[in-house]
Design a protein around this ligand. Structure first.
Ligand SMILES: [Zn+2]
Ligand SMILES: [Zn+2]
Length: 249
């Protein structure tokens, strides 16, 4: 039978039930998942399948429009959306909220790692998660990343402690005993000073808790899977250091 007989035009503007919206959302998320995984899919075919099933009373165009509503909701959530469904403009806030509610009820969480963040730890977690699942396509990124201002707290540091530790190191990393990797802008060998018991754990800002490290060894102290063993090796290797007990907040 021909489509035009099956689809009275009036139906395309009637209120969509939650069940209908849910069918569209599930189909949309399946397509988006395929797109992000680099798998092929056909929008036209999915649209046909929806009209042959859950969305039998809807037109091709009205389903396409709902798909653009879903893109608009995802855009609002700062999540990726299907490039072929440009976010609908002028979508009412009630529709958008309903879409967001149904997206959340239908597994939109898998897009969470793609949401931009200004939080360093959250960014690191998201990057790890995306690296482990491997990105299929080069992301667009943002030509004008948003800025946020934060209230920062920092410790008041003693310049003489830092200078003395660097002076004692004499341009050689106290972790791996190799020469500083380059000369810094100030004309002096570049090493970084690390507090073995972090200041944030109430470590002291003294020469018995600070070491001069090359950038690799410094990163190792903070980011390595063996950072605890590496810290112990510093305590063993550098007689000046005194083990401190982490304080409580
Ligand atoms: Zn080193
Ligand atoms: Zn450090």
């Amino acid at each position: 039978m021909s489509e035009s007989f099956q689809e009275p035009v009036v139906l395309s503007n009637t209120y969509w039930t939650d069940e209908e919206l849910t069918s569209a959302i599930r189909a949309y998320l399946d397509m988006l998942r395929a797109e992000l995984n680099g798998e092929a899919y056909s929008k036209a075919e999915i649209n046909r399948q929806l009209r042959a099933g859950a969305l039998a009373t809807r037109t091709k165009g009205s389903i396409e429009f709902r798909m653009q509503n879903i893109s608009a909701a995802l855009y609002e959530l700062k999540m990726p959306w299907i490039a072929g469904y440009l976010p609908a403009k002028n979508i009412g806030s009630a529709v958008k909220e309903k879409m967001i509610e149904l997206l959340r009820a239908n597994g939109v969480e898998f897009l969470e790692p793609y949401v931009p963040t200004s939080d360093h730890e959250e960014l690191a977690c998201k990057v790890t998660s995306l690296r482990k699942q491997a990105l299929a396509a080069r992301p667009l990124g943002s030509f004008q990343p948003a800025m946020v201002s934060k209230i920062a707290t920092s410790y008041v540091r003693d310049p003489a402690v830092k200078a003395w530790v660097l002076q004692i190191a004499g341009g050689t990393c106290e972790g791996c005993d190799t020469a500083a990797p380059f000369v810094a802008l100030d004309g002096l060998p570049y090493l970084e000073v690390h507090h073995v018991m972090p200041l944030s754990s109430h470590g002291s800002d003294t020469t018995t808790n600070a070491v001069a490290l090359c950038p690799n060894c410094h990163r190792r102290c903070h980011s390595s899977i063996d950072r605890e063993e590496f810290k112990l090796s510093l305590y063993q290797k550098i007689p000046r250091l005194i083990v401190e007990v982490p304080g409580m907040d």
